[in-house]
Design a protein around this ligand. Sequence first.
Ligand SMILES: NC(=O)c1ccc[n+]([C@@H]2O[C@H](COP(=O)([O-])OP(=O)(O)OC[C@H]3O[C@@H](n4cnc5c(N)ncnc54)[C@H](O)[C@@H]3O)[C@@H](O)[C@H]2O)c1
Ligand SMILES: N[C@H](CO)Cc1c[nH]c[nH+]1
Ligand SMILES: [Zn+2]
Length: 437
Amino acid sequence: MTKKILKPARLDYHDHSFRQQLEHLLTWENVSDDKVHSTVKDIITTVRKRGDGALLDYSRRFDRVSASSMKELTVSQQQLQDALDAIPDEQRKALEIAAARIRSYHKRQVLESWTCKERSGTKLGQKVQPMDRVGLYVPGGQATYPSSVLMNAIPAHVAGVEEIIMMVPTPDGVINDMVLAAAALAGVHKVFTVGGAQAIAALAYGTETVPRVDKIVGPGNIYVATAKREVFGQVGIDMIAGPSEILVVCDGLTDPDWIAMDLFSQAEHDEDAQAILVSDDLEFLHEVDDCMNHLVHELERREIIKASINKRGALIHVPNMKAACDVVNHIAPEHLELSVANPEALLPDIRHAGAIFMGRHTAEALGDYCAGPNHVLPTSGTARFSSPLGVYDFQKRSSLIHFSDKGASEMGKVASVLARGESLTAHARSAEFRIKK
Ligand SMILES: NC(=O)c1ccc[n+]([C@@H]2O[C@H](COP(=O)([O-])OP(=O)(O)OC[C@H]3O[C@@H](n4cnc5c(N)ncnc54)[C@H](O)[C@@H]3O)[C@@H](O)[C@H]2O)c1
Ligand SMILES: N[C@H](CO)Cc1c[nH]c[nH+]1
Ligand SMILES: [Zn+2]
């Protein structure tokens, strides 16, 4: 009998304090406490003041990288290409297949400019353009993420962004070849091996070496997420993509080992990651609990899984699938697996989820790498108002307005009345000048 080291919370939909218990389980925001805020604020202020010098100091302190100049934290195009040539064929092929699928999915997202003409000859429209320069954050503290390079860079490339700058930490100075190879494949223009809040500050404000960008995208830990929130306004950001989450809804008929491993697939990312199973079959919840406690011993990252499951994991019993959907919508998870016989039937009731994985064979892990849709997704309930990272995040829109003399005369009268109603006389007179006598 192996030792039971995982103790996910047990919740019951009918319990009178169910909502309270659920809220307690979901409070990652509380982890983003005042201490993290003040650390991040300090880092941002210091990077603004001291530029490259601060990046070198923080890399030494947080990532144990002792570089004496930014040149050592800059990866050349040649190094990217060398890494692509150096990785084993099997890895290169897998990266190429994933990249092709991600590119083909994202090409469907491109927003096009449009114009329309009114009877007066007035033309209205929307001009869609790519951003000039964007910053991609690729996490690298506890794991390396070549897949995140593809997920961030390919949509930017498809949008037509002119300059794509990537920041990635290299703890202990260890550079992952697959990360660099992915950057080469995805067409990243500049790579700096800097991570954390200091990387976000450098992208937002620029340093002697790191150019200031227009928008920062990509996931990261609590320091990265807090820094992105802090610099928003100075630059655009995509969303707050924090610790990974998975919510599985299962009817009790999927192999419990599969479900246990699906939960682990996200729990292994981070001690703050969240894995939750919802089922209307109480016996099945017990079975998955047993499988988890059995399988966890086989995994290298069992300590991270243990922390994540014991702190934030849960097995939730619901009376039926309607209640399961209610729980899903309340949580608004990053990833939702509908491990049921007929996932299509549940879809109309699902309102909030970053990505929805349908059917027993659709492991969330496939979406992390090669299904095609983006794996940078809103976390912490922000799927209520945010969407997956996409080409649209790298495009911006300008309105086009071209009045004919007839149209200007007609609308001048309307504008004049509204402007005078606001007591803005210059507005009114500007419009009235165009009214035909
Ligand atoms: N939502 C998504 O799409 C997605 C995708 C991949 C990964 N993730 C998540 O991204 C996160 C990656 O986190 P990570 O830690 O592995 O890498 P990371 O790159 O986000 O963070 C590493 C950096 O954190 C900084 N840091 C660490 N401890 C610090 C401290 N005490 N004070 C100040 N700064 C400190 C360091 O500068 C370090 O470079 C995980 O939570 C993972 O679940 C999310
Ligand atoms: N599950 C992560 C997003 O939350 C993405 C990822 C990258 N590699 C493996 N998983
Ligand atoms: Zn993952």
